[in-house]
Design a protein around this ligand. Structure first.
Ligand code: F6P
Length: 488
């Protein structure tokens, strides 16, 4: 964290993201309640902002009650110890429908994740996407106090913001991070506005992805679409006289500080919640309720595992936390219904009085509760069909200072590159996932410890401050070089 502060040395930091880090809501009693959204982006960027200060510009989406929030257009956060400003951009329902639900989540989200959901591209959504990107770019420009702020643009909601900011603030250092995968150039080319998106991103000083693979796909996409100069050995792309460094920066979490609740208490609490005894085996899953997360495959693997190992019936349950997300989209509603139906079927097939093999908690859970659940579990299942990084696996690892518990991790999550000592699975193979689940539940304590020790040392070292510091060190080098060149 101190490394971060020294890298910045008083530079002005502006973050732009769709999701706000704090949601202000009015309770039935008229009080303002502050919630944290379920978002990997917020999990990662928030500790960095606490350390750096500055201003975070976000869509006031969660803080929907205008009467409550009008006074909260700009607030100092975190509430318990304010260290940066949260500035909200308010979007109309129409803008949100076109830009967020439409182009970002029915277009770019399925385009970039291989989950076999067909992207939808509507010209009207694209118009809203462009207009909303312009609104956020304008918000950055009016928030900037200097000519050369460091602007951190987050995610696929804002592909056009880097170019738009660069037009008004040519000396800004724009670091864009794409939190989801980038598909191969042929897949990407079905997007009618492919060149505009790539051009927008190349307004960045640095463009970050989670894995070298995503960087390679992006570079090949540029190669196919634009007349740009690509220098593989320096990982740079020069287009329209401007150079962008394209590099992988694997995102992470803040390593927890301070004492954690006793494992025994956590185990007892979760087992009481699902009405089972102390020796009951539990695998935990924690996700947004999203079709990319492999939830159907996970529950199907549980069913196959119980079928292959009937001695586990009555002794094992999956506890699946699924935070509601993007529920106004048809694809998400249908997915929710399919999942509910599958859980009912599996429970009807293997359940017994007082025993359910799958418990689906489809509500938002706070970070403190989730940490207790991670500590209570014998295994954690991350079965994403495709995922930029996935931070749930890192949170599970960080919660296990007892060096117990086994992680099952999809090879299609960016995290699999960094965490080979997890049980790496292919979620599309239900049988292999079922076998890996059984292996996890029967793994010796010694093997659990060895694997967990290795995973913990990786995540503790590759924490989110390193993620941010790596980008900021690269940015600082570029700023220095630009100052030197300006004098020549
Ligand atoms: O995974 C991509 C991502 O944008 C994350 O960065 C974020 O945690 C998640 O999707 C949340 O999605 P939404 O903001 O739509 O709820």
């Amino acid at each position: 964290r101190s490394l971060l502060k020294s890298d910045l040395r008083g530079d002005e930091i502006i973050v732009v993201s769709n999701r706000e880090p704090y949601i202000h809501e009015r309770t039935a009693e008229g009080q303002i309640k502050i919630n944290r959204p379920a978002s990997g982006l917020v999990t990662a960027v928030e500790p960095v902002m606490r350390a750096c200060s500055g201003i975070w510009i976000a869509h006031g989406s969660g803080s929907a009650d205008r009467d409550t929030v009008d006074k909260l257009d700009q607030v100092a956060v975190p509430p318990e110890d304010p260290s940066y400003q949260l500035k909200r951009v308010w979007l109309s329902e129409e803008e949100e429908a076109g830009y967020y639900f439409g182009f970002a989540n029915e277009g770019l989200w399925p385009l970039c994740h291989i989950a076999h959901v067909r992207p939808v591209f509507r010209a009207s959504d694209w118009e809203h996407y462009r207009a909303v990107n312009q609104r956020f770019a304008d918000a950055v420009v009016s928030a900037a106090r200097t000519e050369d702020p460091v602007v951190l643009v987050q995610d696929y909601h804002f592909a056009l913001v880097p170019r738009m900011v660069r037009e008004k603030l040519p000396r800004a250092t724009i670091i864009t991070f794409w939190h989801i995968p980038w598909p191969n150039s042929e897949s990407f080319s079905i997007c009618p506005w492919r060149s505009e998106i790539v051009d927008g991103l190349l307004g960045s000083t640095i463009l970050g992805f989670h894995t070298p693979y995503h960087c390679k796909h992006f570079t090949e996409t540029v190669d196919h679409l634009l007349e740009a100069n690509i220098e593989q050995e320096h990982s740079t792309i020069t287009y329209g006289g401007h150079q962008t460094l394209v590099k992988n920066y694997p995102i992470s979490i803040a390593w927890p500080e301070g004492a954690m609740p006793p494992v025994e208490a956590c185990r007892q609490e979760l087992r009481e919640r699902i009405g089972v005894g102390a020796s009951h085996l539990i695998a935990i899953g924690v996700d947004r309720f999203d079709y990319t997360k492999g939830l159907i495959e996970r529950v199907s693997a549980v069913a196959v595992m119980l079928e292959r190992h009937p001695d586990m019936i009555g002794r094992f349950s999956l506890v699946q936390v699924a935070a509601p997300t993007r529920s106004s989209l048809e694809e998400y509603r249908t997915f929710h219904e399919r999942m509910d139906k599958l859980v009912q079927d599996v429970n009807a097939r293997f359940g017994q009085p007082g025993y359910q093999p799958v418990h689906l908690f489809a509500t938002h859970h706070d970070a403190v509760t989730l940490q207790r659940y991670y500590r209570a579990a014998d295994a954690c299942m991350v079965t994403s069909l495709h995922d930029g990084m996935n931070l749930v696996c890192k949170e599970f690892i960080a919660a296990r200072d007892d060096e117990r518990g086994v992680l099952l991790l999809s090879r299609f999550a960016g995290a699999a590159d960094e965490l080979p000592d997890a049980l790496i699975i292919n979620p599309y193979s239900i049988e292999d996932t079922a076998d890996a689940l059984h292996e996890a539940l029967t793994m010796s304590e010694a093997e659990q410890r060895d694997r967990m020790r290795s995973l913990r040392s990786t995540v503790q070292h590759n924490n989110v401050y390193l993620w941010a510091a790596d980008m900021l060190v690269d940015a600082a080098r570029t700023r220095l070089r630009e100052r030197i060149e300006a004098r020549i």
